[in-house]
Write a new protein. Structure first.
Length: 309
């Protein structure tokens, strides 16, 4: 296994401490099998989307592979014969099978035109420069190669965010960044377009997980390697009373009749293609054979604005 990466904690534009992200994943690796259920579920849903594509992708990259959950589900689908895994954490990378590179998603080591497919499952929400990472993924694709991704969206853990915020204000008299900023559905298509992907498609899904308590949810997030890695986080160890108070508020606001509490995970699914001359392109302006007004059975009215004005 090879480690390739480059991380700087001095860049003021960085939102996330990538060293902390890697450390959290390294720490999660020994018990990963007990906490990989969300990754397993989303990988299953993401891989199933390959069944709708009438193309073959012999060589694929699993970007942000964790323990290889996505890689295992890709082999055999859509003509995929071989999967190369890339994972920030060397400890997590060592858990899966097949060829693997311990590499930072922000500094991909792959040559242009290397892969037929790049898939990324639940890793990009910890990347500082998502458009930059997507540009690198596009460059690693062969012409007309496909990018398929799933990342956590802005509605993720809204319950926990609210309760931590309220508890911190009440107990400590102020706020510190505790939950990472995440993309909204409307942003994801723009990210693909900025990265140069053709024919971008985005949709979202919500997965609700029931927990016996809010404290169990917090423990699971640590086990998933999803601890706070925001650069501006408080570096002091938070008082235990903070999480106890947040858990109390969580259960007061969101507890179900059976005593469990829900945790919401919004997943954004993205698909795009590396540009190629063979792909469909929009028709030239004015080349339509039929007026839109005729097709809709309505009258055409001028806005008074000339095209290009």
């Amino acid at each position: 296994m090879l480690y390739i990466g480059g991380m700087s904690d001095t860049d003021a534009m960085n939102v996330f401490d990538r060293r902390a992200v890697r450390a959290h994943r390294d720490r999660a690796a020994p018990g990963w099998a007990d906490y990989s259920f969300l990754k397993e579920e989303v990988a299953e849903r993401l891989a199933d989307r390959l069944l709708d594509i009438r193309r073959s992708f012999p060589l694929a990259l699993d970007l942000g592979s964790h323990g290889g959950e996505m890689a295992r589900r890709m082999v055999g689908k859509a003509g995929i014969e071989r999967v190369v895994r890339a994972e920030l954490s060397p400890a997590l990378a060592a858990l899966g099978d097949g060829p693997v590179v311990a590499a930072d998603e922000e500094f991909l080591p792959f040559a242009p035109n290397s892969f037929d497919l790049v898939a990324s499952c639940l890793s990009l929400h910890w990347v500082n420069d998502v458009p930059g990472a997507l540009i690198q993924a596009r460059r690693a694709l062969k012409p007309d190669g496909m990018f398929l991704g799933a990342m956590l969206g802005g509605e993720t853990l809204f319950e926990l965010r609210r309760c931590l915020m309220d508890a911190e204000i009440e107990l400590l008299g102020g706020l510190s960044p505790r939950v990472s900023p995440m993309a909204e559905v409307r942003d994801a298509g723009g990210l693909l377009q900025r990265a140069g992907f053709a024919l971008p498609v985005v949709d979202s899904d919500t997965i609700t997980v029931s927990y016996p308590s809010a404290l169990r949810l917090m423990r699971d997030l640590r086990g998933m390697g999803e601890g706070n890695a925001v650069h501006q986080r408080r570096r002091q160890v938070p008082p235990r009373a903070l999480f106890a108070l947040a858990a109390q508020k969580y259960e007061s606001l969101y507890a179900e009749a059976d005593g469990t509490v829900p945790a919401t995970f919004q997943v954004l699914y993205m698909a795009g293609w590396a540009p190629d001359e063979s792909q469909q392109k929009p028709l030239r302006r004015g080349s339509a054979a039929q007026r839109l007004a005729d097709a809709l059975g309505t009258d055409e009215r001028s806005t008074g604005i000339k095209p290009g004005a």
